[in-house]
Write a protein that binds this ligand. Structure first.
Ligand code: PMV
Length: 308
């Protein structure tokens, strides 16, 4: 039997602009994770049990583009595993789906690691990351690769599309409240809408992406120097630029406002936007009060996490 786990992730700064070559900062969120067990099965076939999505099926009964089936087919093909031994694969996840927390990438990474360990096909982190990126591309169009990178390495990442992975150190720990609007939104759609804006006026949007790039580099420096209190204003500026890009929503704006009113030093949407999650920077002793206020403003759930 083999088991593997992969964390969720949150983008701190730079979403969307990262698709256009600007940097972004993202960190793993270890309180939420995907977990996979692979064991030899006593009945023939590849049996998948994923109770969170109510899936109990044999692989050949799933469409080949099903997210889990596509990981399995690609894995067996890449390693030339044929015939495939009978397996029972159990997948559980505490990461909310379609909300910008890296659920898809975490399931892919945990599944590949459990398979590679059970079948003795050792994979480096780099191979896992490359593989997970290919799977992200199948389901998300033109992803930058930030999700699979943070989830694979489970470290804070300063990400620039197409460049070697660069991690960053956190000079002093800081606390975030992550809050879910409860609205699932497809990142693919917000990314495609931003592309339409960009195509219609490249000069304007390149300038906006540049402004976001400046915020991201500044934020990285502050985090490394332990000056995390300075991040609040940077989050507010980044959120305003994301609003301009039309990827916020009334629900996200209302949670961001309630966070600021209840004592957060800054807040912004995180990820693809339109729904999904927002993050608020708080003093540790104010985290519970801010989380409470955001819940009263309509958040579905909150997670308090320390970035260290
Ligand atoms: O919605 P998420 O957390 O998967 O983040 C998407 C981040 C974008 O920059 C909007 C898209 C991308 O591929 O980087």
């Amino acid at each position: 039997m083999a088991t593997a786990s992969a964390p969720g992730k949150i983008i701190l700064f730079g979403e969307h602009a990262v698709v256009y070559g600007r940097p972004a900062l993202a960190v793993p969120v270890t309180q939420i994770h995907a977990d996979v067990d692979v064991t030899a099965s006593s009945r023939p076939g590849i049996w998948i049990h994923a109770p969170d999505v109510n899936l109990h099926a044999e692989l050949s009964s799933l469409p080949s583009d099903h997210p889990i089936a596509s990981v399995l087919h690609n894995f067996f093909f890449a390693f030339g595993i044929s015939p495939v031994p009978s397996l029972d694969i159990s997948i559980t996840s505490t990461i909310p789906v379609a909300s910008g927390l890296g659920s898809g990438a975490a399931v892919t990474v945990a599944l590949m690691r459990a398979l590679s360990s059970h079948l003795d096909k050792l994979m480096t982190d780099e191979q896992v990351n490359t593989f997970a990126y290919e799977i992200e591309k199948l389901h998300h169009g033109t992803p930058s690769g930030i999700d699979n990178t943070v989830v694979t390495y489970a470290r804070p990442v300063y990400f620039i599309k197409g460049q070697p992975i660069e991690t960053f150190k956190v000079g002093a720990p800081f606390t975030l409240v992550i809050a879910d609007t409860g609205i699932s939104a497809l990142t693919k759609e917000s990314v495609s809408d931003v592309r339409k804006l960009w195509e219609a006026d490249k000069v304007r949007w390149e300038k906006v992406f540049d402004e976001i790039g400046v915020i991201v580099r500044n934020a990285k420096e502050k985090i490394e120097n332990g000056e995390w209190r300075a991040l609040g204003a940077l989050m507010d500026s980044n959120h305003a630029l994301l609003q301009e890009m039309t990827v916020s929503s009334p629900e996200l704006d209302s949670l961001v406002e309630s966070a600021r009113r209840s004592g957060a030093s800054g807040a912004k949407l995180s990820g693809g936007g339109r729904g999904g999650n927002m993050i608020a920077l708080v003093e540790k002793d104010k985290a519970a009060q801010v989380a409470e206020a955001i819940l009263s403003a309509g958040a579905r759930r909150t997670i308090i996490t320390e970035i260290s």
